[in-house]
Ligand binder design. Structure first.
Ligand code: DX5
Ligand code: ZN
Length: 236
């Protein structure tokens, strides 16, 4: 949102590879891109901010070797306490975008600044219990806002449609903002996200476990695309 120039908003689908076969993660990432993913959503969990642990920058570095920057955008969802700690390592490893939780840092402005200085796009994320008002002061300084639609920590949970008022509030105020949703998003729940105004769609289980990830992604992208013209009429 840094630029004041008008931009056209697009829907992009970013599979979360958390629930894929982690024994062949590189192949799974390739498969998602070949099936038509717009970017990859990589979930980093530290065992503190959320109970589970996933992977760190070395894994990202290896994935980056398998999927060059020109071919694939890495959207890092940092479910970590004190996100400043990992900014440099992730940037060096080849991450493109660093999305951290406002609940996990004392000084959100400082973290935003550091991510930008490291050369990555920056996003702020909010957990289900965090009111959307908490992120409003930062929107002008970030590239995207992530509204969690499950409690962060695991794939395969039930979509929380009561998070949609947060998305609506953001879309109503910021017509050109990239708004990401993450958790339980599938062809069955995408219409909630699409009507509310989300344009960056993270989907884990529904995509990676599907017989045709391509069909699932096409369906969800189209569900959002048809709603984009209606976003100017959103009432929260
Ligand atoms: C949850 C993660 C999500 C998750 C999405 O903490 O941030 O990215 O893997 O997976 P599904 O779509 O299965 O909820
Ligand atoms: Zn995620």
């Amino acid at each position: 949102m840094a630029s004041s120039q008008a931009r056209t908003i697009h829907c992009k689908i970013g599979p979360s590879i958390l629930n894929s076969n982690l024994a062949s993660l590189g192949d799974e990432c390739h498969r998602m891109m070949e099936e038509g993913a717009d970017y990859l959503h990589l979930d980093v969990m530290d065992g503190h901010f959320v109970p589970a642990i996933t992977f760190g920058h070395q894994m990202v570095q290896s994935l980056r070797k398998a999927l060059p920057k020109s071919k694939c955008w890495f959207d890092m969802h940092m479910m970590v306490q004190d996100p400043d700690r990992f900014i440099k390592d992730m940037a060096d490893a080849g991450a493109d975008q660093y999305v951290f939780h406002v609940e996990a840092t004392q000084d959100v402005d400082k973290t935003i600044r550091k991510v930008k200085e490291a050369g990555m796009k920056v996003g702020v994320a909010i957990k289900p219990k965090t009111p959307v008002e908490v992120v409003l002061p930062y929107v002008e300084h970030v590239d995207l806002v992530l509204v969690m639609t499950v409690e962060p920590g695991a794939g395969g949970q039930k979509f929380m449609d009561d998070m949609m008022p947060k998305v609506k509030t953001l879309r109503k105020r910021f017509a050109e903002l990239d708004i990401e949703v993450d958790g339980g998003v599938s062809p069955d729940t995408i219409h909630h996200c699409a009507e509310a105004g989300a344009n960056l769609i993270v989907s884990g289980t529904a995509v990676v476990k599907s017989e045709s990830p391509r069909d699932v992604m096409v369906k969800m992208r189209e569900a959002v695309r048809v709603q984009i013209p209606n976003w100017k009429n959103i009432s929260s």
